[in-house]
Design a protein around this ligand. Structure first.
Ligand SMILES: *Cc1c(COP(=O)(O)O)cnc(C)c1O
Length: 392
C-alpha cells in the first residue's frame, strides 16, 4: 500500500455516526454515568476525541507507539525537555532552531540543565561530547536555514551505547520523507505548524515516542503542564495530513527544479539543498530521506544585505514572510527576520550571511516560481546597478 493510501486509510470514520470527516469535539468536559464511570474521556485537557485521532495518526506515520499534540512546536519541545532533571546535560545541534535555543538556554539553564551545542554533521563530534551527565541528544536534520544533514543512524548508535535519549526535530523532513524512529531515535518532535498542517493556518506541535513507557511520561507531562492542542486546530492538522504525502512529493519536485536553476544563476554563490550532489552530506541525506524537502537557501556573490533585501521584496509568487511548509511559496531574509536575534559572528559561523535568502517552495508550478525568481533578480540588479555591475 502506498504511503498516501495508508494515510487516508488511517483516518477513522466516526464510530458513532459514520461521519467521514473526523468530528470536532468542541467540549471541555464529558458527562459521567456514575462517579468515575465514563467512556474514556473525563476532562478535555487530559483527553479529547478529536485530538486523540490526530495523536494516533502521527504515531502511526512516524512508526512510533504514542503520539501527543501540543499548542505549538515549542510546547512539544518543552514537554520533551521536561523529561530531564536538574544536573542533566543536553547535547544539541549547533545549528538549532532559534526558538529551541531560546528555550534551552534562557529557560532551562536556570533550572540546572546545561546545554552543549556541537556540529552534528560529523557524528563523531556527538560521540566525543558525551559525558556521564548527558541525558538527551537533540538534533534537527535538515537544519534551518542552511539544510545541514546529520547521520541519524550513527548518532542513534552513540545514544544507545550510552543509554541517552535521542530526540529528532523532524519538522523540515516530515514523516513522509524521513522516519527517525526507524533510524534509531527515541522521540520525534514536529512543529506541525509547517508541513504537517501544510496550509499556514495553525500553530501546533507533536511528539511521538518509540516506546509506550516514554509515551506514558510525555502523556503525564502533557496533562500536568497543559499545553494541549485545541479540537479545531487538531481537526485542521488532520485535514492537512490527508494530503501530506502528495504535498511533500510536489514540494520536493519543485524545490529540486528550482535548486538546479539557482546553481546556474550568476548572482548566486552557494545553493543549499540536500538534493544537490554538491551538498556536503548529500549521500547521508539519500540514505535516510525519501525526498529532499521544500526548503532551499542561497547567498549572493556580493554579500550585500540591501541587494538581498531587494530580491525578497521583488518576488510576487514568493511572499515575504517567516515560516515554511505551506502550499503557498514564501521567502525570507534570515539575517533580518528569523535569525535577527543571533549575533552576526555566530550567524556567519553557521553560514547565515547577510545575503542568505531562504525559500519555502510551495505548490505553484516550478516554472512559474523560477520565472518569479528571475524577474526578482533582474529588478534588484537593475536598481542596484553600481554595486553589481562588475560581477555580472
Ligand atoms: C517552526 C519550528 C519550530 C517551532 O514550532 P512552532 O510551531 O512555531 O512553535 C521548531 N522546530 C523547527 C525546526 C521549526 O521550523
Amino acid at each position: 500500500m502506498s504511503e498516501q493510501t495508508q494515510i487516508l486509510n488511517s483516518i477513522p470514520v466516526d464510530p458513532l455516526t459514520g461521519s467521514i470527516s473526523v468530528p470536532i469535539y468542541q467540549t471541555s468536559t464529558f458527562v459521567q454515568e456514575a462517579p468515575g464511570v465514563h467512556k474514556g474521556y473525563d476532562y478535555a485537557r487530559s483527553n479529547n476525541p478529536t485530538r486523540k485521532v490526530l495523536e494516533d495518526i502521527i504515531a502511526k506515520l512516524e512508526n512510533g507507539t504514542n503520539g501527543y499534540a501540543f499548542a505549538s512546536g515549542l510546547a512539544a519541545i518543552d514537554a520533551v525537555v521536561k523529561l530531564l532533571k536538574s544536573g542533566d546535560d543536553i547535547i544539541a545541534v549547533d545549528d538549532i532552531y532559534g526558538g529551541a535555543f531560546r528555550l534551552f538556554t534562557h529557560v532551562y539553564e536556570k533550572f540546572g540543565i546545561s546545554i552543549n551545542y556541537v556540529d552534528s554533521t560529523n557524528a563523531a563530534n556527538i560521540a566525543n561530547a558525551v559525558t556521564d551527565k548527558t541525558a538527551l541528544i537533540w538534533i534537527e536534520s535538515p537544519t534551518n536555514p542552511t539544510l545541514k544533514i546529520s547521520d541519524i543512524r550513527a548518532i542513534a548508535k552513540t545514544a544507545k551505547a550510552h543509554n541517552i535519549l535521542l530526540c529528532v526535530d523532524n519538522t523540515f523532513a516530515s514523516p513522509v520523507s524521513q522516519k527517525p524512529i526507524d533510524l534509531g531515535a527515541d522521540i520525534v518532535v514536529h512543529s506541525a505548524t509547517k508541513y504537517i498542517s501544510g496550509h499556514s493556518d495553525i500553530i501546533a506541535g507533536l511528539v511521538v515516542t518509540a516506546t509506550e513507557e516514554l509515551g506514558a511520561k510525555i502523556k503525564f507531562i502533557q496533562n500536568a503542564s497543559g499545553a494541549i492542542l485545541g479540537p479545531f486546530d487538531s481537526w485542521l492538522a488532520i485535514r492537512g495530513i490527508e494530503t501530506l504525502s502528495l504535498r511533500i512529493r510536489q514540494h520536493a519536485e519543485n524545490a529540486q527544479q528550482i535548486a538546479e536553476y539557482l546553481i546556474e544563476e550568476k548572482l548566486i554563490k552557494n545553493v543549499y539543498y540536500p538534493g544537490l550532489p554538491s551538498h556536503h552530506n548529500h549521500e547521508i541525506a539519500k540514505s535516510q530521506q525519501k525526498y529532499f524537502g521544500g526548503v532551499i537557501a542561497f547567498d549572493l556573490v556580493i554579500d550585500d544585505k540591501a541587494l538581498a533585501s531587494k530580491i525578497v521584496s521583488s518576488t510576487k509568487l514568493f511572499k515575504l514572510a517567516e515560516s515554511l511548509g505551506g502550499v503557498k511559496s514564501l521567502c525570507c531574509l534570515p539575517c533580518e527576520m528569523t535569525h535577527k536575534s543571533i549575533p552576526a559572528e555566530k550567524r556567519y559561523q553557521s553560514g547565515v550571511t547577510d545575503s542568505l535568502i531562504r525559500l519555502s517552495v510551495g505548490l505553484e508550478d516550478a516554472e512559474d516560481l523560477i520565472a518569479d525568481l528571475k524577474q526578482a533578480f533582474a529588478s534588484a540588479v537593475h536598481e542596484n546597478i553600481t554595486e553589481t555591475a562588475n560581477v555580472l
